[in-house]
Design a protein around this ligand. Sequence first.
Ligand code: NAD
Ligand code: DAU
Length: 339
Amino acid sequence: MTVLVTGGAGFIGANFIFYWLRTHPGDRVVCVDRLTYAGNLSTLTEVLERPEFRFVRADIQDREAMDRLFGEEHPDVVVNFAAESHVDRSIEDPEIFLRTNVMGTAVLLDLCRKYKTSRFHQVSTDEVYGDLPLDRTDLRFTEETPLRASSPYSASKASADLLTLACWRTYGQPVTVSRCSNNYGPFQFPEKLIPLMIANALQDKTLPVYGTGRNVRDWLYVEDHCRAIDVILEKGRLGEVYNIGGDHEMENIALVRRICQELGRPESRIAYVTDRKGHDLRYGIDAGKLRQELGWRPAVSFDEGLRQTIRWYLEHRSWWENIVSGEYRDYYEKMYGGR
Ligand code: NAD
Ligand code: DAU
């Protein structure tokens, strides 16, 4: 089987590629990635030379390039991770989010129809549901919760979900959608909360907490997300949405304090800074459908996952230091210049 993974040089896509090659020997994995600031070819070093793996640098919005790739590879399955993924950047400049996240998904859906791909899986987010109040811990997002996106990022992801589901209804196109809570783990770009706090703490910089720090996120170790997508590809019902969550809600400030403790850094490094515009208060995922229908549940506890993640950032300093210093761009050119 050939699996086309878009956005595989980013955080979750790369972890998915490692996971897939390990758990599905004999399958071919093709990664297409534009290598934006968030895509890092060095992340894929351990698989780049493997014969069952191919990397292609291209933009998912580029219909000609995608058509050529589909024509060459005839993928059985497409898993769409490619996206602009950072909420703060979407607040500064929404347009690229609409282009990649909406139009890019539209191109992939068209080509999946043209080449009769057996499955298109859209990797989406709990952020499409908007947020929950802090004082109603009884409420959680189910697959039936109305879409109520707050940021340009989540609005673009909600649009892509709707388009994917419209293709199921209109063309009977075989699709599935998953909506996951906050991921953490190796290779996450240090603009996101956990790696940013680890990197800043290790560099003795301040730890910027937005607003009151009381906002709540539901954390899931990245490999559990990859396994959930695998289960959905194998046993999920076509045209369905599946929520994926860590069942581990935490206030941001508690998480940042915990990172200080783990790294032996003083909490005096924490600085409360101006809040994110439109900042979602709480995400809480009900993953009951995935658990009951498909038997998935998280395997890695938050304590274990956070320790593994911190250890990974300690042991892979050059990976994130290159990113932080901007040197990673030279690496891309050197590695990929004539490819
Ligand atoms: P990321 O920003 O780390 O990686 C995104 C990747 O997509 C990068 O490698 C980038 O180069 C690539 N890309 C961007 N635009 C592209 C384009 N036009 N064509 C081809 N490639 C392009 O993101 P991530 O955190 O790994 O998230 C992956 C997916 O999972 C996204 O769709 C995101 O919405 C979703 N998601 C993320 C989380 C999370 O906590 N990080 C949670 C739920 C869902
Ligand atoms: O819920 C899934 C989503 O999780 C994904 O769809 C997004 O792609 C992913 O980026 C993430 O979005 P968040 O906005 O929740 O993640 P982020 O790491 O940016 O922020 C997590 C929380 O921490 C949020 O409440 C904002 C806060 N924060 C973030 C940063 C970067 C801070 O307090 N300080 C910071 O410096």
